[in-house]
Every structure is written in structure tokens, then in C-alpha cells.
Write a protein that binds this ligand. Structure first.
Ligand SMILES: [Zn+2]
Length: 423
């Protein structure tokens, strides 16, 4: 049951005076440490440093719990103070008659923000997160988004511990923290204005698992690099953030961002990486043949690229452009020809993620494409894991093991960039 502490008030600042119930919850965390919630830092930070993470999309229902008291803000002006009768139990959030319903109480507003009091954490379904939870109803009232509005440094703790094993070298974790910070601020600045969120919580942006991913080495990496980002000279001559892409294992040489994402940046031209091969297991450095039926390939391409539907059944896939390095090459563009005799072109990375959005089977475009039979394609002799642009995470670990600092690692993978502080 949702208990409202004060009558709805006008004015966001008007708080009901009452004692805060603080409940400390013990959790089994990813780092095999059991720890109490530490209060979330930076809760009063300026808006430009709050990251809006799309946790769940197209929701019809979810569950929430908040360890202590919280406020519910609806629209711009209304705010009520509340707490759940059983704070450690999940409470349902559902939809009814085009309204979001929390614990059987409907809210008329399209946008509802739940603002937990200290330690500023909440649980959505099975995961704990820091910061606030925004529920955003779509136009028709048929579904809603769950968005975590979280201060930058707290967000980063949830990313660094998700993107890299916490037991990796501290200097590799620090490099990861700096580029995760840079990446999300770049995405927020360039795309956040057009949508209700800045980044996704998946590999489509960078993986963010909330508090589960946190532990001491991760927080040490975040805190010891606080506010640090990478800048470079932009096409217009000004200094600015750039998208510090990174991937798991490049396989031998990183890729030019222009070949993968269509945009060139000086620090993302691609560099030699002799480091990942020494730290990565053979099963990661080389991946097994991935095979797909022609009918599956045709269907996936037609779904994602409607203008390629007129090709008919896909008959050939031909690598038309490759980046070639010593002992290593990566396909960057493919020509696809169908039974109608027509052809279309795709970036190889786009084809890869179209055929295997998880990236677990078709792990990179550093491979060869073979037509095995009339209706089967094989991707063979594959190397590396991921798009290969920017920092190679396995390579960063390799450099750190050799005693290089986070700054030396970043200077290697992002030449022509430099460190700056945003606060
Ligand atoms: Zn590498």
C-alpha cells in the first residue's frame, strides 16, 4: 500500500516535515561483497551531469520498492511525500484506463518521478539503482518507459563494474571510467535533447546494471578519475568531447570509426593493438564459424532495411571493402545481391548486428564470408569481439599488466586526445 504523508502540494520545494525512515538493506552484490547502501553521491548536481538511462521500454507493468520514504512528483508542480507500508516488498506499477497506477493509486500525469530520500536508491523489478525513477507514459497511454535519472559518477560505478571485470588491473578500470564518462556526456549532449533519455542500459550504449555492478575497485576507479573526460579538436577546430567508443577485443588492430559508425574523429582512426592477444583466451580471440540460412538473412535484412526488400532472396554476400593491416583485416562494407539480380550495400558492422543483434555468435567483421551451399552462408576465421573502434578492453588490461598507466592506455587507443575535467 502507498501511504501519502501529506496532501498533494503545489510547489516542488514544499516538503512535509516528518521523520525520515532509513532502512539499510544488505545485498549480495556482483563483487561478492556484502555491503550496505552508501548514500548516493552528487544528488544535488546540475542537470547537465544527471544521466537519463532508459532501463525498460514499452512497459505495461513492473514492480518497485523503495527502502525508505520518497516523493512522487507529477508534472511540473505537484509533489507528494509517501512511503510504502512494506518497503522491502515489491509494489506493483500497472496501467489502467490510460493512467499509471502505483499501489492501486492512479496518477493522471503522463510523467511521474519517484524521488527516494537518503540513501537515494530504489529497486525496479529485481535490480537496485541509485537516483530517481521516471515513468513516462506514451501518447496513447498504452505503455510507459522506466528511466533512471542518476548523477554521473553513480551512473559510472554501475557501468564500469558491468563493462569490465572488477578484478582487472586498477589502471584498466580507471581508463574504462574516463571513457565511459566521456561517452555518456557526448551522447547526452548530441542526442539527449531529441528524446526522453540519454543512453540505454545495454550494449547499444554501454552496459549499466545499477548497484549490482558496484564494488570497491570500481568505485576507486570512478573516484580517482572524478570529472575526467577526453577531448579532441573537432572538425570545426574547436575542442570538444568525442564518442569514446570501445569494444571487448579488437583482435590485432582497432578500426576507423568512419568505417563503422560513419563519422570520423581524429582519435578514432585506428591503432595497432599487440596487447589483447596476450591476455585473451584463444576461445575469445578466435571465434568459431557462424552459419546462417539464406532465408533467415533475407528476412532479417528486409525487416531492418525495407528498401532492400526488392532484392528478393539473398544469393551472394561479397566483401567490397576491407581494412588491411599486418596479418589482420576487417571487412567494412558488403555488397548483397538477391535473386532479382539487384544489389545493395551495407556497412559490414550493420550486417553483423542485423544478423546477430546479441553479437555473441557473429562476434566481429574480422572474418571471411563463404557461401557453403545454395542456401547457407558461413562467417569463418573470425577474430576479436565487438566493432573494434576505440579502446580495446582486453588490450587495456594487457597494457595495465605491463605497468602502463590509465593515461598511457588512453594515449595509445585515442591518439590526438587529451584529458580535461568537467568539474
Ligand atoms: Zn586489441
Amino acid at each position: 500500500m502507498l501511504h501519502v504523508i501529506a496532501k498533494p502540494t503545489t510547489g516542488l520545494r514544499k516538503l512535509a516535515g516528518w521523520a525520515v525512515i532509513l532502512i539499510l538493506v544488505t545485498l549480495g552484490l556482483g563483487c561478492r561483497e556484502r555491503q550496505l547502501f552508501r548514500p548516493t553521491p552528487q544528488m544535488k548536481i546540475a542537470r547537465q551531469f544527471r544521466i537519463r538511462v532508459l532501463l525498460l521500454n514499452n512497459l505495461k507493468a513492473c514492480t518497485i520498492s523503495v527502502p525508505g520514504s520518497f516523493a512522487v512528483a507529477t508534472g511540473q508542480t505537484e509533489r507528494i511525500e509517501a512511503y510504502f507500508e512494506k518497503p522491502d516488498q515489491s509494489t506493483k506499477i500497472t496501467l489502467s484506463g490510460g493512467a499509471i497506477v502505483i499501489a492501486n493509486r492512479p496518477f493522471k500525469s503522463k510523467q511521474i518521478t519517484i524521488l527516494p530520500d537518503e540513501p537515494f536508491v530504489f529497486r525496479l523489478n529485481e535490480r537496485y539503482y541509485r537516483g530517481n525513477l521516471q515513468l513516462l507514459l506514451n501518447e496513447s497511454g498504452s505503455a510507459f518507459q522506466a528511466i533512471n535519472v542518476v548523477p554521473l559518477e553513480a551512473y559510472l560505478a554501475g557501468v564500469v563494474g558491468s563493462e569490465m571485470p572488477y578484478y582487472w588491473e586498477p589502471e584498466a578500470l580507471k581508463a574504462q571510467a574516463i571513457i565511459a564518462r566521456t561517452y555518456c556526456l557526448y551522447m547526452k549532449k548530441h542526442f539527449g535533447g531529441e528524446r526522453s533519455w540519454d543512453v540505454r542500459s545495454t550494449q547499444a550504449s554501454q552496459v549499466y546494471a545499477g548497484i549490482k555492478a558496484e564494488c570497491r575497485p570500481v568505485w576507486d576507479a570512478v573516484n580517482s578519475t572524478i570529472g575526467q573526460v577526453l577531448l579532441c579538436t573537432q572538425a570545426d577546430g574547436k575542442q570538444g568531447l568525442f564518442p569514446t567508443y570501445y569494444s571487448s577485443t579488437c583482435g590485432g588492430h582497432t578500426e576507423n570509426s568512419k568505417n563503422v559508425f560513419g563519422e570520423a574523429f581524429k582519435p578514432l582512426a585506428g591503432v595497432d593493438c599487440p596487447y589483447c592477444r596476450n591476455v585473451t583466451k584463444a576461445g575469445i580471440l578466435f571465434w568459431p564459424t557462424a552459419q546462417f540460412d539464406s532465408s533467415y538473412i533475407t528476412k532479417r535484412i528486409a525487416q531492418k532495411y525495407p528498401k532492400l526488400r526488392n532484392l528478393g532472396q539473398i544469393k551472394t554476400i561479397q566483401a567490397t571493402k576491407e581494412s588491411k593491416y599486418d596479418n589482420f583485416s576487417r571487412i567494412t562494407s558488403v555488397k548483397i545481391t538477391g535473386t532479382n539480380g539487384k544489389s545493395g550495400y551495407l556497412r559490414a558492422e550493420d550486417l553483423r548486428l542485423t544478423l546477430d543483434p546479441s553479437g555473441n555468435k557473429l562476434r566481429s567483421t574480422a572474418c571471411k564470408i563463404l557461401k557453403e551451399a545454395e542456401d547457407k552462408f558461413s562467417f569463418v576465421a573470425g577474430r576479436g569481439w565487438g566493432h573494434g573502434v576505440g579502446l580495446c578492453q582486453s588490450g587495456a588490461q594487457g597494457m595495465a599488466r605491463q605497468g602502463r598507466t590509465a593515461y598511457q592506455i588512453l594515449a595509445h587507443y585515442y591518439p590526438n586526445s587529451y584529458i580535461s575535467k568537467v568539474y
